[in-house]
Design a protein around this ligand. Sequence first.
Ligand code: F0G
Length: 352
Amino acid sequence: FKPWRGLIETYRPYLPVTEATPVITLLEGNTPLIPVPYISQQIGRGVKVFVKYDGLNPTGSFKDRGMTMAISKAKEEGAKAVICASTGNTSAAAAAYARRAGMRAFVIIPDGYVALGKLAQALLYGAEVIAIEGNFDEALNVVRNIAETYPVKLVNSVNPYRLEGQKTAAFEIVDVLGNAPDWLCIPVGNAGNISAYWMGFCQYHSLGKSDKLPKMMGFQAAGAAPFILGKPISNPQTLATAIRIGNPASWDKAWAAKEASLGEFNAVTDEEILDAYGILASQEGIFCEPASAASVAGLLKVKDKIPHEITIVCVLTGNGLKDPDCAIKHSNNQVKSGVKPDLSIVAEAMGF
Ligand code: F0G
């Protein structure tokens, strides 16, 4: 038995760290690649579908992979404070890792559009939270300017160490499957994660760890789908607040990944996202946040053109507990309340 030591130690030869880098880790990574038999059966054709459940990272999202790298490098460079714009998950991860490293964490969020769990995390981890009257894209503009003027390190995914950390999710998938999958389905917001996965698959492929590269299938919410419209949008809208983004910072990298992998971008409606979110929870026992379910919603949307016998991985980027309001509001299931603590009354409420 070898205990997991976090992704920097595990993948050290493939990451831009040296002996001088202080490793700030919460033992992130090593998340499960879970088979989803109900969804596989819906697709049929001998297709095998797995989900990479990155909601099981220490702060509940894939952002921890990027943050262990970004914060370790910021610490190495002597930073005393970090800043990010965020729809919520980046802020939770930045706050946790920065505070662990003894740094201040400033997070700039779009007022009213951050899920409750994420806000709760940022506050308790000790971030200094500033809500702006504007959306994520506007928040990102502000923090980019602030990081150029004031002594704070930017830890959004435009910080190259973020993608270096996030690419390790692709390594883990190849390590488990023994090869790359045929398709990778992934939600797209600011477009950093799809770019990071592609980096990881290409790096592992060039090291001979896989003999193929996956088709990169990126899915945006229909109300926040600049890649499908072919241009940035100024007023993105979706209930999947994590990907409520109109002007992705990693535009060019994500397009290059799609082109090189012969992949596709597609949009999924909020209704399709909620359907996939419900299926994952009620049929597979997997609770992810709404934005994450966009990967499965997208897969189900294109199901008629999936080749036979292929292996598909859908990335579930965040934990369902991040957004309890959405779960309660959109579940068909109701609590039976006001039931007296009596055997026959409870039995009756159970339908016996
Ligand atoms: N899924 C979740 C749960 C996210 O939080 C994000 C991005 C994405 C998918 C999209 O990833 O931006 O790399 O394309 N969240 C950022 C944040 C924007 O601030 O937490 P992406």
